[in-house]
Design a protein around this ligand. Structure first.
Ligand code: UDP
Ligand code: MG
Length: 316
């Protein structure tokens, strides 16, 4: 268990190939924290970067005792980086911020002020408007948020990973045994009082987005299956519809044995059979996906492996 300073804010920044952003991130957070007189530690989690991100983290840690870093043995994904940071955090509260400076560090001060006033345990950053995105990305995220809301009741539109949590939430998240996480929704799951702070998303300081379409689809599917078993019920629903269709068709065939357009009927029967087998296969795919997730969980492999740490950043 980590030591807890009763005012300390742990800022967690996942970073993958962000070499040019690290110095600016450290400077911006330092300026914001000093201006509001907030005691802080900045934990940068290098998620298997292939550029000089780790060198930049080490350089910053050497200059500033408030900065420390851990580096994964390979890329484990942003979710793992966030949870590794939470496991390292020593603060009375912890915040997650992207390393590309799209989330303004000054908003952290507003979040901290709300938390320290004692009015809430969770402060969520809400994007005033969505960042500059392609039409496909916008359509994809809107569809994903609609599906997630419809299936699990969780409304994450305009929400992001920019959040500040009290130690009680950090401890709860650290104690969760599940391996496949979706921080954006899980941080809200323990409950507690919540406030929202609106902010404007800035442009990425340097580099480009690290989320490929494949990573985004995996994240979206993982999120839906983490919070909802509704897709499995869809399979049952599809089965009922197929069964009803089959019943209607049987009645039709029994009652009208001398149908004039036998060939047409044959075509329809074939089409229905094909549709049914399609539904069955999709259903098996959905069941298989959930089984694969269960399999991942029972394997019990660690969610990340820490390869390197900045000097003096061992857990206490
Ligand atoms: N990131 C990470 N591991 C990954 C992908 C992203 O640690 O596998 C980090 C990335 O370095 C950044 C944050 O997660 O600090 C958000 O990523 P990005 O800016 O690429 O996402 P976007 O803003 O495009 O949604
Ligand atoms: Mg970004």
């Amino acid at each position: 268990m980590t030591a807890v300073n009763d005012r300390l804010l742990s800022v967690i920044a996942p970073a993958m190939n962000e070499q040019d952003n690290i110095p600016k991130l450290c400077a911006a957070i330092k300026a914001a924290m000093n201006s509001a007189d907030i005691p802080y530690e900045l934990i940068i989690v290098d998620d298997g970067s292939r550029d000089a991100t780790w060198a930049a983290v080490c350089c910053e840690a050497q200059k500033d005792p408030n900065v420390r870093g851990i580096s994964f043995s390979r890329n484990f994904g942003k979710e793992s980086a966030i949870f590794a940071g939470l496991a390292e955090a020593k603060g009375a509260c912890a915040a997650v911020i992207d390393s590309d400076l799209q989330f303004p560090p000054e908003t952290l001060c507003e979040m901290y002020r709300l938390w320290s006033s004692g009015s809430c345990e969770l402060v969520e950053g809400r994007k005033n408007a969505r960042q500059k995105e392609t039409l496909t990305y916008k359509l994809f995220s809107k569809t994903f948020y609609k599906l997630l809301k419809g299936m699990s009741g969780i409304d994450l539109d305009n929400m992001c990973d920019f959040k500040l949590m009290d130690r009680c939430i950090v401890d709860t998240l650290n104690s969760l045994p599940e391996k496949q996480t979706f921080f954006r929704a899980l941080s809200d799951w323990p409950g507690y009082r919540k406030e929202t702070v609106p902010f404007d998303v800035a442009d990425r300081n340097s580099g480009s987005s690290k989320f490929t379409p494949v990573k985004l689809v995996k994240l979206a599917l993982g999120a839906i299956s983490s919070f909802s078993a509704a897709p499995l019920q869809l399979v049952t629903g599809a089965g009922c519809v197929s069964f009803a269709l089959a019943a209607v068709l049987s009645v039709f065939t029994l009652c009208f044995p001398f149908v004039r357009h036998a060939n047409e009927l044959f075509c329809w029967t074939a089409a229905i059979l094909l549709a049914l087998s399609g539904i069955l296969m999709i259903g098996m795919g959905i069941v298989g996906y959930y089984m694969a997730r269960i399999y991942e969980e029972v394997k019990g492999r660690p969610r990340w492996i820490i390869g390197r740490r900045t000097p003096g950043s061992d857990r206490t």
